[in-house]
Design a protein around this ligand. Structure first.
Ligand code: CP
Ligand code: NVA
Length: 318
């Protein structure tokens, strides 16, 4: 961010890249979310912040929200986003991932990558001198979690006292939500079908952070643990790149978020989903279309949270 006091980032980030939420220190996340709120109120002071600058979007999987929010978001700063479609030809096939990164750093100011394997993003990050932002991998979706906690705060969820329930697959989005909960100090219960629990490595990393922040993370298959939750978050039963089977669908069936399950959470509990939603599968229409649903606020906030992140990461080069 060009350097007037009004437009300066409120904190200097220690990381070059954002590959997962724990790349950000506890003291960095709250100011970052505050800057996202400032942007949401008014972009005018930053409209030339990235004139003559550019980011490259590399996507091996489809996207609506992530692609559009990065493209339109970067244009709000006067910059240019270039989209490279890798859905049919994975990154690393035509030339090595390392060479890909070494080329891109010569033209672009940052790489935003959505990849099948988390290792691809790690390789890009270790070979390119410019910031690399994870736009979803098989293991993490940090931009989503930043927007989600910005949304929770907007709806009165207090990080230090609030209780969030994750219901469904212990997947990439779940991992980033776990790491955010551990970072901001909230209570999180992760309720999954048997065999769909989050990764042990993510839980260990989050626990280490939770010890310092006072967060609590519980993992269970027991749906009764949803009681007393201020917000309920779910995601698709089958993530991109995975195979849907009748056996898997049967395992998830009891974990569908419907009005009865929301009532067990609490009368005022918010409903969250990263989208795209598979209506009738993981969530019913009456829940996702209810006044308690904040899913489109989450989608909107993707842009503001990512833009705050870009301002912080790119201003470090200057
Ligand atoms: N939530 C999310 O990442 O949406 P897209 O897959 O449409 O980008
Ligand atoms: N878990 C989902 C999230 C989509 C934004 C997937 O990986 O497909």
């Amino acid at each position: 961010m060009p350097g007037t006091r009004e437009t300066s980032p409120s904190v200097e980030l220690g990381c070059k890249d954002l590959l997962r939420i724990t790349d950000l220190a506890v003291h960095e996340i709250l100011p970052l979310l505050e800057d996202a709120r400032r942007l949401k109120r008014d972009y005018a002071p930053w409209r030339h912040a990235f004139a003559q600058r550019s980011i490259v979007l590399l996507f091996e999987k489809p996207s609506l929200r992530t692609r559009v929010s990065f493209e339109i978001g970067f244009a709000k700063f006067g910059g240019i986003a270039v989209y490279l479609d890798h859905e049919t030809r994975p990154i690393g096939q035509r030339e090595s991932i390392a060479d890909y990164g070494r080329n891109l750093e010569r033209w672009a100011d940052a790489i935003v990558a959505r990849t099948m394997k988390h290792g691809t993003i790690e390789q890009l990050a270790s070979n390119a001198r410019i910031p690399v932002i994870n736009a979803l991998s098989d293991l993490h979706h940090p931009c989503q979690a930043l927007a989600d906690f910005m949304t929770l705060a907007e709806h009165g969820f207090e990080f230090r006292h609030g209780r969030l329930a994750w219901v469904g697959d212990g997947n990439n989005v779940c991992h980033s939500v776990i790491e955010m909960a551990a970072t901001v100090g909230c209570r999180l219960v992760v309720i999954t079908p048997e065999g769909c629990e989050p990764s042990d490595e993510v839980l260990r990393t989050a626990e280490a952070r939770a010890c310092r922040t006072g967060a609590s993370i519980e993992v269970t298959n027991d749906l009764s643990k949803i009681a007393g939750s201020d917000a309920v978050y779910t995601d698709t039963w089958v993530s991109m790149g995975q195979t849907e089977t009748p056996e898997l669908a049967a395992r998830f069936e009891p974990y569908r978020v419907d009005a009865a399950l929301m009532a067990r959470a609490g009368a005022d509990s918010l409903f969250m989903h990263c989208l795209p939603a598979h209506r009738g599968q993981e969530v019913t229409d009456d829940v996702i279309d209810s006044p308690q649903s904040v899913v489109f606020d989450q989608a909107e906030n993707r842009m503001h949270a990512q833009n705050a992140l870009l301002l912080h990461l790119l201003s470090k080069d200057r």
